[in-house]
Design a protein around this ligand. Structure first.
Ligand code: MGD
Ligand code: MGD
Ligand code: SF4
Ligand code: MO
Length: 767
C-alpha cells in the first residue's frame, strides 16, 4: 500500500493526511482525510476538501463528511450473508462462494445462460473494482438479460452520442470555465453537483461565468436552486422539452442563425445532414410549440438568438429532459443546437474531454468506425430492442414473471436497488421473491437485497484504491487522479473485484472455481494477458511479454488501470514516451495531474460509419410521427416530477445520521394555487395517486417555485419494508415516488423509463 502524502499534523506521528477522491457523486471532489492511529486502530477523524486538488480545488458538499458515518455504520455489511430457512446468517466467504457454486451453475446448465439476469446500479461507476470487474463477470455469463440504472437515467444521451459521433461515451460537456451563455434544461447541479458533466463547485464556476458577463438560463418546471442563481428561469411543462427544442431549432433556421463554421467540414450531408434537419423541423414553429411546452414563442426566439449571438455558448440537459418519452430525440436536438450555432467542439461551448484512460474515443483509428447499432437482440416478452448490451430495466419484472424458454430464474444484483429506483418497484419486489436464486453484491440489506439468497459485501471505499473510469471522460477540464487505499482491509475480507471474478470463474467452469483453494490470481493474470493481446494486436510477442511484466504481479484493478494509463493518450507507452502517464506517475502526484483545458477534438473522435457527424440520425428522424401525435395531447391537470436534495443520494444514503438529521426531505412541493384548489396547506399530509391506482402519502409544502399543475417529489425513499436492515432510514422512511410511475412508459429508442410528467391526482389525508 502506498500512502499519498504523510504529514504529522500534531508532530507526534499519530495523525496523517491522505488525499482521496470522493466516490459518492459525479463531481468527484478531491478530499483531504485526517487519519489517526495505525493498523487496525486507524480511523478517519476529519474530512475536508483538498485545496491543492488540481481539479476540484477544495470544494466539497455535505455528503463527503458522511463518508465517516458510512465507515462506522453498524448496518453496513462487513461479512457475507446467506439465507438459511428464510433468515440471513453471517458466514465466511468460503461458505458464501460454496452456496453460489452449489446453486447457480446447475440452474444455468438446466435452463441456459439467459436464465441469469443482472441488475447494475449507480455505484458501479463510482468504484474502480466494481466497474472494471463487472465487465469480466458479464462476459463470462453471456446472458442477454442485463438491466441497469442507465435506462432510468442517461441512456438517451448515450444513444444520441453513439449515433451522432460513433461512441456512447463521446459526450460533449459545457466548457463552463470559458463560456458566456449556458442554457440548461432538466438539470439542477446546485443539488446534484452535475451529471454527465463532472463539474465540482458548479456554483463557483457559474458565479465566475456571470462575473465575466456570461448568462445562465434554466428551463425547469421548478424554480430550482440552480434557477435561483441564474439570470433567467422559464417554466416548462414536464415531458414537453421536445416541443421547446424543436421550436428552438426551427427558430435557428427561420431566423438565419445557422453558422456551423469549421464544423461544416465534419457534418454528414444528405439524409442525416443540415438540410434534412431543416426540412424535418420546418413544421415546428415556436408559435405552434408555445402552448404545448409552456414557453412563450418570443422567449423561444430570444433564446435561439442569444445562443447564436454568444461568442462562446452551450446548451446542456440532464435527467429531467432525458427520462421522457422523447429522451433520445431531446439529446440529439440539444447537440443540433450546439452544432448549428457553431458551439460544438469550440472553446467555451460543448466540448469533448480527452481522458487519460479507458476512453474509446482515444483508441483505435479515428474516422470511419462501426458506430452504434441497437436492437441486435430483442427482449423476450416485450420485444424491446437491446441498447448497449442491455434491455430496459422496466422489462425486468416481466422477464421473471413470464414462463417459457428463456425465463429469468436467477439474478445477480450489483450495487443496485431497483425496488426503490425503478417504476412500480412493488412489482419488481414480487418478481424477485419468485426467483430460484439471487446473489447481491451490496453493502446493505435493503429493499432489493432482502430478496437475495447470498449477499456479498465489498470493502469500504477507504480500503480500496480509486480512479474514476468514466468521469474524466465527462469532465469540464482534463485531469487524472488516483487515490491509494487509506487503510488495509481487515484480514479475510474480500474486495468486490475478487467476488465478481470468482463468480465469473464459476460461470466459465474454471477448474477448481467451486473449491476454497481456487487460484484467483492466476485466473486474473490470464484475463489480463488476453486484454493485453487484444490491445496490443500487432505488437511483437516479446514486447507484449515485456509489457505484461511491467504491469507487475499484483492481481486486481490497479494493473488494468496502469495498462489503460500507459497505453492511453498521455501514457508513457511502456517507456516509448518518457515522462508520460503511468500508475506510478499518478501515485507521485497525490493532488492529481492537470491535463489542461478542454481543446477541440474533431474529427479525431469520430467513429461513425460515414466518418462524419450524423446530425439527424434516421431512427430519430422517424420519431417525428409520434411527436405529431403527442402534440395533440391535452396536458393533464396535475403531473409529478422528481427532485434531488444535496443531502441525499438516490436510495442509499438515508441511513447515515449526519445526512438524515434536519427537516424531513421526502416532501411534495406544490404551487399555492394548486394547493388552494385541493384544499391543502403546508404541513398537511397528502395522498398522491398515480398509474394503476397506486398511492403514496407524504407531507406537502407550498411553494411558488413550482409551476402550476406540477408537484415535485424526490425519489429513493420508502424505507419501511419489513425485511430491510436500515435502522436510521427506517425511522423516517419517506414514500416511494416510483410507486406512482408507470412501468410501461419509456423512450423506445433508448429503453429509458419516463420518470417525469406522470399524471397524478392529489387529495388531503384525513386527520
Ligand atoms: N422517479 C425517479 N426514479 C429514479 C430517478 C429519478 O430521478 N426519479 N433517478 C434514477 C437514476 S438517475 C439512477 S442512477 C437510479 C439509481 O438506481 P440504483 O443504482 O438502483 O440506486 P442507488 O440508490 O444508487 O442504489 C445503489 C445500491 O448500491 C448499494 N451500494 C452503495 N455503495 C456500494 C458499494 O460501494 N458497493 C456495492 N456493491 N454496493 C453499494 C446500495 O446499498 C444500493 O443497494 O435511480 C433512478 N430512479
Ligand atoms: N444530492 C444528490 N446528488 C446526486 C444524486 C442524488 O440523488 N442526490 N443522484 C446522482 C445521479 S444518479 C444523477 S443521474 C444526477 C442527476 O443530476 P440532475 O440531472 O441535475 O438531476 P436533478 O437534480 O434530479 O434535476 C433534474 C431537474 O429536472 C427537472 N425536471 C423534471 N421534469 C422535467 C421536464 O420534463 N423538463 C425539464 N426541462 N425539466 C424537468 C426537475 O425539476 C429537476 O430540477 O445527480 C447525481 N447527484
Ligand atoms: S459534490 Fe459532494 S458527494 Fe459529490 S463528489 Fe463532491 S463531496 Fe462527494
Ligand atoms: Mo443517475
Amino acid at each position: 500500500m502506498t500512502t499519498a502524502t504523510s504529514s504529522d499534523v500534531d508532530g507526534s506521528g499519530s495523525t496523517r493526511t491522505v488525499q482521496r477522491i470522493c466516490p459518492l457523486c459525479e463531481a468527484c471532489c478531491g478530499l483531504s482525510l485526517t487519519v489517526s492511529g495505525s493498523g487496525t486502530q486507524a480511523r478517519v477523524v476529519a474530512i475536508r476538501g483538498d485545496e491543492q486538488d488540481v481539479f476540484s480545488h477544495g470544494y466539497v458538499c455535505p455528503k463527503a463528511i458522511a463518508l465517516k458515518d458510512l465507515e462506522d455504520d453498524p448496518d453496513r455489511l462487513r461479512r457475507p450473508l446467506v439465507k438459511r430457512e428464510g433468515r440471513f446468517v453471517e458466514t465466511s466467504w468460503d461458505e458464501a462462494y460454496a452456496e453460489i457454486a452449489r446453486r447457480l451453475p446447475p440452474l444455468l446448465a438446466a435452463h441456459g445462460k439467459d436464465a441469469l439476469a443482472f441488475t447494475l446500479g449507480n455505484p458501479n461507476v463510482h468504484r474502480l473494482g466494481l466497474g472494471l470487474y463487472v465487465q469480466r463477470l458479464l462476459r463470462a455469463a453471456g446472458t442477454r438479460n442485463v438491466f441497469s440504472a442507465s435506462t432510468l437515467d442517461q441512456m438517451p444521451r448515450q444513444v444520441a452520442s453513439g449515433w451522432m459521433y460513433g461512441h456512447a461515451l463521446t459526450v460533449p460537456v459545457p466548457d463552463i470555465d470559458h463560456c458566456d451563455f449556458l442554457l440548461m434544461l432538466g438539470a439542477n447541479p446546485m443539488a446534484s453537483n452535475g451529471s454527465m458533466w463532472t463539474v465540482p463547485d458548479f456554483r463557483g464556476r457559474a458565479k465566475a461565468m456571470r462575473a465575466r458577463g456570461g448568462r445562465l438560463v434554466v428551463v425547469d418546471p421548478r424554480r430550482t436552486e440552480t434557477a435561483a442563481i441564474a439570470d433567467e428561469h422559464h417554466f416548462i411543462r414536464p415531458g414537453a422539452d421536445v416541443f421547446l427544442l424543436l421550436g428552438l431549432v426551427n427558430a435557428v433556421f427561420d431566423e438565419g442563425l445557422v453558422r456551423p463554421g469549421r464544423l461544416e467540414a465534419f457534418l454528414a450531408t444528405e439524409d442525416t445532414g443540415v438540410e434534412a434537419l431543416q426540412r424535418a423541423v420546418a413544421p415546428y414553429v415556436p408559435e405552434r410549440m408555445a402552448a404545448r411546452c409552456g414557453v412563450p414563442a418570443e422567449v423561444q426566439r430570444a433564446l435561439a438568438r442569444q445562443l447564436a449571438a454568444a461568442p462562446r455558448g452551450a446548451v446542456y440537459s440532464r435527467v429531467g429532459s432525458s427520462t421522457q418519452r422523447f429522451g433520445t430525440l431531446n439529446s440529439v436536438l440539444i447537440d443540433a443546437l450546439n452544432i448549428l450555432t457553431g458551439h460544438l467542439d469550440a472553446e467555451g461551448g460543448a466540448m469533448f474531454p480527452r481522458a487519460a484512460a479507458f476512453a474509446a474515443n482515444t483508441q483505435g483509428k479515428p474516422g470511419v468506425g462501426r458506430g452504434l447499432v441497437t436492437g441486435r437482440t430483442r427482449s423476450r416478452v416485450s420485444g424491446a430492442p437491446e441498447v448497449l448490451g442491455e434491455y430496459p430495466t422496466s422489462c425486468l419484472a416481466e422477464e421473471i414473471e413470464t414462463p417459457g424458454a428463456g425465463q429469468v430464474r436467477a439474478l445477480i444484483s450489483v450495487a443496485s436497488n431497483p425496488v426503490l429506483s425503478a417504476p412500480n418497484g412493488a412489482r419488481i419486489a414480487r418478481a424477485l421473491s419468485r426467483l430460484d436464486f439471487m446473489v447481491s453484491i451490496d453493502i446493505y440489506l435493503n429493499e432489493t437485497t432482502q430478496h437475495a439468497d447470498v449477499i456479498l459485501p465489498g470493502l469500504s471505499s477507504f480500503e480500496e484504491p480509486h480512479y474514476d473510469v468514466s468521469f474524466p471522460q465527462l469532465s469540464c477540464r482534463n485531469h487524472a487522479r488516483y487515490s491509494p487505499p487509506v487503510f488495509a482491509p481487515p484480514p479475510g475480507a474480500q474486495a468486490e473485484w475478487q467476488a465478481l471474478l470468482r463468480i465469473a470463474a464459476m460461470l466459465r467452469s474454471e477448474p477448481g472455481a467451486d473449491e476454497a483453494g481456487f487460484d484467483l490470481a492466476a485466473f486474473d493474470e490470464r484475463l489480463l494477458a488476453d486484454d493485453l493481446r487484444r490491445l496490443a494486436a500487432g505488437v511483437p510477442e516479446p514486447l507484449q511479454a515485456a509489457m505484461l511484466d511491467a504491469l507487475g504481479p499484483v492481481p486486481g484493478p490497479e494493473r488494468l488501470l496502469d495498462l489503460a494509463l500507459r497505453a492511453g493518450p498521455y501514457g508513457d507507452r511502456f517507456g516509448r514516451q518518457p515522462g508520460g502517464l503511468s500508475l506510478a506517475a499518478l501515485k507521485d502526484a497525490p493532488h492529481g495531474v492537470d491535463l489542461g483545458a478542454l481543446a477541440p477534438r474533431l474529427p479525431d473522435i469520430l467513429r461513425t460509419p460515414s466518418g462524419r457527424i450524423e446530425l439527424w440520425p434516421a431512427p430519430v428522424a422517424a420519431e417525428l410521427a409520434a411527436v405529431d401525435a403527442a402534440l395533440a395531447d391535452a396536458p393533464p391537470a396535475l403531473v409529478v416530477v422528481g427532485r434531488r436534495d444535496v443531502r441525499s443520494n438516490n436510495s442509499w444514503m438515508h441511513n447515515l445520521p449526519t445526512l438524515a438529521k434536519g427537516p424531513e426531505r421526502c416532501t411534495a412541493l406544490l404551487n399555492p394555487d394548486d394547493a388552494a384548489r385541493h384544499g391543502v396547506r403546508t404541513g398537511d399530509r397528502v395522498r398522491l395517486q398515480g398509474a394503476a391506482g397506486r398511492t403514496i402519502e407524504l407531507p406537502v409544502l407550498l411553494s411558488d417555485e413550482m409551476m402550476p399543475g406540477v408537484v415535485s417529489v424526490p425519489h429513493g425513499w420508502g424505507h419501511d419494508q419489513a425485511g430491510a436492515r436500515l435502522g436510521v432510514a427506517a425511522q423516517r422512511p419517506g414514500a416511494n415516488l416510483n410507486e406512482l410511475l408507470d412501468d410501461r412508459l419509456r423512450d423506445p429508442l433508448s429503453g429509458t423509463s419516463v420518470l417525469n410528467g406522470i399524471p397524478v391526482t392529489l387529495s388531503r389525508c384525513a386527520g
